[in-house]
Each structure stands twice: as structure tokens, then as C-alpha cells.
Design a protein around this ligand. Structure first.
Ligand SMILES: NC(=O)C1=CN([C@@H]2O[C@H](COP(=O)(O)OP(=O)(O)OC[C@H]3O[C@@H](n4cnc5c(N)ncnc54)[C@H](O)[C@@H]3O)[C@@H](O)[C@H]2O)C=CC1
Ligand SMILES: O=C(O)C(=O)COP(=O)(O)O
Length: 473
């Protein structure tokens, strides 16, 4: 329930498919206000003077401070907190420069702030306020070398992350008088060890990570995180997700039946492979009239991955970890778009899933290119299997399916129907596809119940049946 995600093991969360959301906005003002509090308190020795007076002293000469007006403040990290600090510092009559490699010059200009390089900021600053995230690049970015580039007597505020400062280097800079004072809310190790040189330095004031600690901000982040969690549990993809692609709600709604289709095609395809765990190369072809940037296939790819892996492993796969798990298992999924002249209102005409380099339990599922090939489409919001290998079929993907190839001859549907009927297996859908009359045909039969092995064998024993397979959805 905050901004910083350096305290979350994102890699571990991603690996197990755990969605991580943060609360990036509700504590911005609180952090900025705390930064300003530390800036003013540091400049006027508020904390030290208060402690000395409570100790029974009256030291008016000892606690003479410095003024802020007309001084230059360097805001390092011109993001949400940094820009709110800049706005407030302008109100205190300070000149504000900012360093942020990713901030827009226009946004800075609008606040009357000049964007400068790291070294320029250090050279210009009477005060430095840190507001960058802790990343591998910003880790200990304030070190002996950078303190050496500062004006002598610079004052530093840190309400960002302790790790952006090399703390022993700051102690050295304080002792050398390069840094006159520091005001710190955050530390490399929290809480710092007892007797910490920085915490106990006479020119340093400290607070125990209080940047976000206002009643208002705590309520704000609680609401922000609760809404994100409730939304995620309701199946929405959160706008504040930090380890999943952000797919807008309307795209998710539009693609919903295709998402189901994608997963089911993957699920059926892998069951056709003899020894399904050996799948390494999968190609997905999307036929669509939409422009490339108007069709987000990340969700579909993730669901095909889910369909391909879950039936043959104990892995749990979702949008968060699909690509990771695929990579771990050496499963390469390549995607291809084939443009059509259809209506652009329809996101996709067909999805084809091809598994190369494997043997099939059902030889007829191997198409001319030597790979297991299944094609599906969505009709009236319902996913359908439209092709098995080179055989066209038309069976809704709502129930489990029996695929069987037989010699195309009269009476076959009746024979199959009565064998299933004897065992009270209800047929929901049936479709026969063939390349030419009286040759071979593939029958796809949707069934409400799973037929017993004996019943399936009876189908196989019909003389005209050449092969059959039962695929569970
Ligand atoms: N003390 C506290 O209780 C609180 C601390 N924070 C911390 O404050 C920091 C800033 O938070 P927000 O402003 O909300 O984040 P933000 O993401 O809005 O802003 C961070 C800015 O730093 C910039 N940045 C990245 N690398 C940089 C670099 N090498 N040099 C300079 N700038 C760089 C980014 O471009 C971005 O504009 C975070 O570390 C956050 O964890 C935030 C709230 C409360
Ligand atoms: O939001 C952040 O990054 C913070 O540092 C706030 O920390 P807290 O939520 O007060 O532990």
C-alpha cells in the first residue's frame, strides 16, 4: 500500500503468477509535505533546538539557521513526489532545478523548474531533495564522487529510499563539511542498527520512514490498494499492476470469447501430442481484418500457453507468469498475423495453433505441414473448433470431444451414436468433415459425460473406424 516496490520480490511473485499491485498516488502529497517539513526543520534546527530546550537549555545562539528564500533546490527525480516538492519550494521563494532523465521538459517548464543534468544539479544546489526510485542505476548514486561535485555546505533531504545514498560516504561528507546537514526519513536498513553513525551524527535529523504517515494518506492508500485487490479478484486487470501487461477493460470484454477459445485450443492441441510434455515449438496464427496495433494478442498468447501447459503439469498459469513459465519449460510460442478483408468489428476470424516436431496420438490432426494443427473460431460468442489437421469440422468447444477418423460411408453416425447412447453419454454436438466423398472423414463429437474406456474401445472396434481420441476440456 504505497509507491515503492523495491520491498517486493517481484520475480518470485511473477514466477508463481501472483499479481502485484501498488498504490502509487494516494501518498504523494504526504511524502512531498514531509520533504518540505524536513527541509524547513533542517534549515532552522527545529529538532535539535526542541531537544535542547526539553533538556533544560536555552541556546539561542547555537541554533541559528539558514534561510531558504532565494536559495537553489535541486529536486532529484521529478516524478509525482518530486514535482509536488518543487511546487511547494517555489512557494517558499526558492529557485528550483530538477534532474530526471525521463521527465518532460514541458512539465518542468509549466512549474517554473529547469531540467538539468545530474552534475549541473549538484553544482547549482544549496539544497538537494531526493525523489528517485531505488533501482540498480540509482543504487548509491550519492557517493564520495557525487558529494565531491556538490557546493561546500550543501544540505540534503531524503524521503525517497535510503539505498540511493552511500551512507558511509555521507558520514564522510558531513565530517568534511562538504555536506552541512542532512535530513533523512529513509535508510538502507530499516530500522538502522543501534549506534548508527548517520542517525547519531549531530548534523543529521531523522524520522522513522514517516513520509506516507498522515491519516489522510494512510486512508488513501488503503482505499487505493483495496480497490485494486477487489478489482483483481473480480477478474479485472488493475491499472496499478506492476508485473502484468495492462490490458484495458474494454479490450478484455471484447476478447473474452477468444480468450476461452485460445485456452481450449491449447488444451486440445497438447492432448493430441504423444507424451504432451515434450512440446517445444508452437506457432499461433491469428487471421484478422484488424490492424496490428488494434489487436492485443498478449492475453490470447498467455491463455494458449495456459492451455498447452496445465493439462501436462502441475503448474498454475495466468497472465502474470505465462511467458515466464513458457520460457522456463523451453516452450517457444511464435505468433503470426494474417490479414483478411473481413469486418474490423470482428476482432479475429480464426486462431490456429500448430505444434511442430512432435508425434500425434491422432494422425489425422497432422496437417500438410507435418505439425499438429487445430483451428478455431468464435460464433455468436461461443468458441468452435473449425479444423483438425486438414479436416474441416464445426463443433462447439463447450464439452469434451471425441475425434475419430473413419472410412466415409453411410451409417457411421448412427453406429457411433448408438454406442454412446447405450452408456448414457449425451452427445451435445456432432460434425463430420471430409476432403472428398467415400474416402476418409473426421468426426468431432461433443459429449456431456466422459465415456468409459470400454465404450471408447467399442467405437474403435467399429470396422470402418481408423483411429480415435478422447480430448478433455
Ligand atoms: N518516505 C516515504 O514514506 C515515501 C517514499 N516514497 C518514495 O519516493 C520516491 C518517489 O516516488 P514517486 O514520486 O511517487 O515516484 P515516481 O515514479 O512518480 O517518480 C520517480 C521519478 O524518478 C525518476 N528517475 C528514475 N531514475 C532516475 C535517475 N537515475 N535520476 C533521477 N530521476 C530518476 C523517474 O523518471 C520518475 O520521474 C520513490 O522511491 C518512493 O518509494 C514515496 C512515498 C512515500
Ligand atoms: O509509498 C512508499 O514508497 C513508501 O515509502 C511509504 O511507505 P509506508 O507505506 O509508509 O511503509
Amino acid at each position: 500500500a504505497g509507491v515503492g516496490i523495491d520491498n517486493v520480490d517481484l520475480q518470485a511473485a511473477t514466477e508463481v503468477g501472483c499479481l502485484v499491485v501498488n498504490a502509487p498516488t494516494a501518498n504523494t502529497v504526504a511524502a512531498a509535505e514531509h520533504g518540505i517539513s524536513l527541509l524547513t526543520a533542517m534549515a532552522r534546527n527545529v529538532a535539535q533546538a526542541s531537544a535542547s530546550m526539553k533538556a533544560g537549555k536555552w541556546q539561542r545562539n547555537k541554533w541559528v539557521g539558514v534561510s531558504l528564500v532565494d536559495k537553489t533546490l535541486a529536486v532529484m527525480g521529478f516524478g509525482k513526489v518530486g514535482s509536488e516538492v518543487a511546487r511547494r519550494a517555489k512557494g517558499l521563494g526558492m529557485t528550483v532545478v530538477a534532474h530526471d532523465p525521463y521527465a518532460s521538459a514541458e512539465r518542468a517548464k509549466a512549474l517554473g523548474v529547469e531540467l538539468v543534468s545530474f552534475d549541473e544539479a549538484l553544482a547549482a544546489a544549496d539544497f538537494i531533495s531526493l525523489h528517485m526510485p531505488l533501482t540498480p542505476t540509482t543504487d548509491k548514486i550519492f557517493n564520495d564522487e557525487s558529494f565531491g561535485k556538490c557546493k561546500k555546505g550543501v544540505r540534503i533531504v531524503n524521503v525517497a529510499r535510503g539505498g540511493v545514498i552511500d551512507e558511509p560516504a555521507l558520514v564522510r561528507a558531513l565530517d568534511a563539511g562538504i555536506v552541512a546537514q542532512a535530513a533523512l526519513d529513509v535508510f538502507t536498513v530499516e530500522p538502522p542498527k543501534e549506534g548508527d553513525a548517520l542517525v547519531n551524527h549531530e548534523n543529521v535529523i531523522v524520522t522513522p520512514h514517516l513520509g506516507a504517515s498522515t491519516m489522510e494518506a494512510q486512508e488513501g492508500v488503503a482505499v487505493e490498494i483495496a480497490e485494486a485487490v477487489a478489482g483483481a479478484l473480480a477478474g479485472e486487470l488493475s491499472a496499478t499492476a506492476v508485473n502484468a501487461p495492462m490490458v484495458p477493460a474494454e479490450v478484455i470484454t471484447e476478447l473474452a470469447p477468444y480468450v476461452t477459445l485460445a485456452e481450449r485450443l491449447g488444451r486440445l492441441a497438447v492432448q493430441l501430442v504423444s507424451g504432451g510434455a515434450g512440446v517445444k515449438q508452437v506457432k499461433v496464427v491469428y487471421r484478422s481484418a484488424r490492424a496490428d496495433d488494434d489487436l492485443d494478442t498478449r492475453l490470447l498468447r498467455a491463455m494458449i500457453t495456459k492451455g498447452l501447459i496445465e493439462p501436462v503439469s502441475s503448474a498454475f498459469i495466468n497472465l502474470v507468469n505465462a511467458d515466464y513459465v513458457a520460457k522456463q519449460r523451453g516452450l517457444k510460442i511464435s505468433e503470426e498475423r494474417q490479414p483478411t478483408d473481413g469486418a474490423i468489428e470482428v476482432p479475429l476470424e480464426t486462431i490456429t495453433v500448430t505444434i511442430a516436431g512432435v508425434k500425434s496420438k491422432f494422425a489425422s490432426a497432422i496437417s500438410g505441414n507435418g505439425s499438429i494443427t487445430l483451428e478455431g473460431k468464435v460464433k455468436d460468442g461461443v468458441p468452435y473448433l473449425s479444423k483438425v489437421g486438414d479436416f474441416g469440422v464445426d463443433v462447439s468447444l463447450e464439452d469434451s470431444i471425441i475425434l475419430c477418423r473413419q472410412v466415409d460411408q453411410p451409417g457411421m453416425i448412427g453406429k457411433v451414436g448408438s454406442i454412446l447412447g447405450q452408456e448414457n453419454v449425451n452427445i451435445s454436438f456432432m460434425s463430420v468433415g471430409r476432403k472428398s466423398p467415400r474416402q476418409h472423414a473426421v468426426m468431432a463429437i461433443g459429449v456431456d459425460e466422459e465415456p468409459s474406456k470400454v465404450t471408447l474401445q467399442k467405437l474403435g472396434d467399429i470396422p470402418a473406424v481408423e483411429e480415435f481420441v478422447f480430448l478433455k476440456l
